[in-house]
Design a protein. Sequence first.
Length: 250
Amino acid sequence: MAAARAGSGSREPRPRILVIEDDPGISSVVAHQLTRAGYRVDTESGGIGGLNSLHRDIPDLLILDRMLPELSGDEVLASIRRDPATRGLPVIVISAKGEEMQRIEGLEMGADDYVAKPFSPRELVLRVDAILRRARADGVATTGGGRFLEVGALRVNLDATEVTLEGSTVPVTPTEYRLLKVLLERRGQVRTRDELLGEIWDTDPEVAARIRTRTVDMHVRRLRSKLGPVGAWIETVRGVGYRLRERESA
């Protein structure tokens, strides 16, 4: 395993990024740019080694290539999302497969963002910055017993970045958590698909125009499924977007 470290002089460690990429040239450039940006970076070239490294020391964010030897990036991501210890890990998928359907597939598997090759390393750093900034905002602690968003038996704990239903934890991905958080914060209000894409994925307008329906609808469908009967509280406003009921019963 190759490793690069930055920010060792600070009292608090900088966020750590794990890059799983089998192309040494791409891996080296990405690691260099992230290190220059102040992150600590570890790299792995294979799916099995990358998954083992991740479980030894869970990073703050994973950059994952889809096409890997030994174990594909898709299989690595599926394993991460099944494991309660890593389910909430932010993941950026990178791949030479840049067509619309490939992007949708990456998001359907639970990726928080999808970057097609060839890409600008600097753009990738900006996407890392954006995802970690959202993660910090989601998990900011407060005094006075913590912060919650609730409707009926559904609760979003803003301090623990956790969703519970009737006291039991709901295993949501980071993207599903942000989607539910936005809908709860604006319950009763209709949010268009473009608005949800901008608030949750930071998706650029051109991408939003191509994939907004499939991307948002797929995540809403998965979230509804995880919430069981409560999922019906997320209502479809035909031709516009979605809203969460203001009260438990309509």
